[in-house]
Design a protein. Structure first.
Length: 276
């Protein structure tokens, strides 16, 4: 009888323990995983590091809108969607696995994103950006803190023949008009006391104000990753005038005022286009 009682008590204890374990497992917080749709803008934005509470060091980022927060564009780092590579000027519609972490790290987001598939990839960015209505002349362009500086350089001379072929001043050829680029070379001296500061986003040449010899209107174009496309600086009507109307040896002087993400001036660069 005592033996039966002992085994009965043991069984009850085991069942109680199992029940407690099951409850403990049920109470343990779990990650929430869901497939969502996400729109990624062709425009980029800026964000700040979690510990940059003063907002002194803006970081360029993607702008995304998802079904988690419809109608609102939110900042998201370029590397935050695993398996996805963003290209400026492209608008994307994505299928993404979104994980909300039950126990997120203290120094990171509680959300993780993983690309499932790209549903749409569309090139939509107009290379020309509207200029602030208050900017009617070069004098109206406001320079950013510690600027102008000497960080960038471009080729000083381009030569164009009657057939529209483009060459550097030394005679080496560029790609076609549609593919040629005005390359921005970073020449900042590493001995400069502000060298580290000048490598941050606010001192990157995101845009160029174009001063053309053929019009008083100032245009603003995007620089892409290594400089503006030639066709965006010298639009088709001006390129046609150079190839068909300018005489051999005649020159057209252009200027670029490089600007940061806030469209504040950084540096003025000048170059000449000469008719062969």
């Amino acid at each position: 009888m005592k033996t039966k009682s002992f085994f009965g008590m043991l069984l009850a204890a085991l069942l109680t323990l199992a029940g407690m374990t099951a409850c403990s497992d049920d109470d343990e917080p779990k990650d929430s995983v869901k497939e969502i749709r996400m729109q990624v803008s062709a425009e980029t934005g800026i964000m700040f590091d979690l510990f940059d509470d003063k907002g002194e060091h803006p970081i360029e980022c993607m702008l995304v809108m998802s079904e988690d927060n419809p109608g609102v564009w939110e900042s998201l780092g370029f590397d935050r969607i695993e398996g996805f590579t963003y290209e400026r000027g492209h608008e994307y519609y994505l299928s993404v696995k979104r994980t909300i972490l039950a126990n997120p790290p203290a120094d990171a987001s509680d959300r993780k994103y993983e690309l499932i598939r790209v549903l749409e990839d569309r090139l939509v960015a107009d290379p020309e950006v509207p200029v602030d209505k208050d900017i009617k002349s070069e004098a109206d362009i406001e320079y950013y803190d510690l600027c102008p500086f000497e960080k960038y350089a471009v080729s000083k001379e381009f030569i164009i023949d009657k057939d529209g072929n483009i060459f550097y001043g030394n005679g080496s050829s560029l790609p076609t008009y549609d593919a040629a680029r005005i390359w921005l070379e970073n020449i900042l001296n590493k001995e400069d006391p502000n060298w580290v500061k000048f490598q941050t986003v606010t001192y990157q040449a995101t845009y160029s104000y174009v001063l053309s010899p053929f019009t008083d209107n100032i245009r603003l174009v995007r620089n892409e990753s290594h400089g503006p496309m030639f066709k965006n600086v010298v639009p088709e009507n001006e390129f046609t005038h150079i190839t068909q109307s300018m005489k051999s040896g005649e020159e057209a002087r252009y200027a670029l005022i490089l600007a940061n993400i806030y469209k504040k001036g950084l540096q003025k660069l000048e170059f000449v286009i000469k008719k062969q």
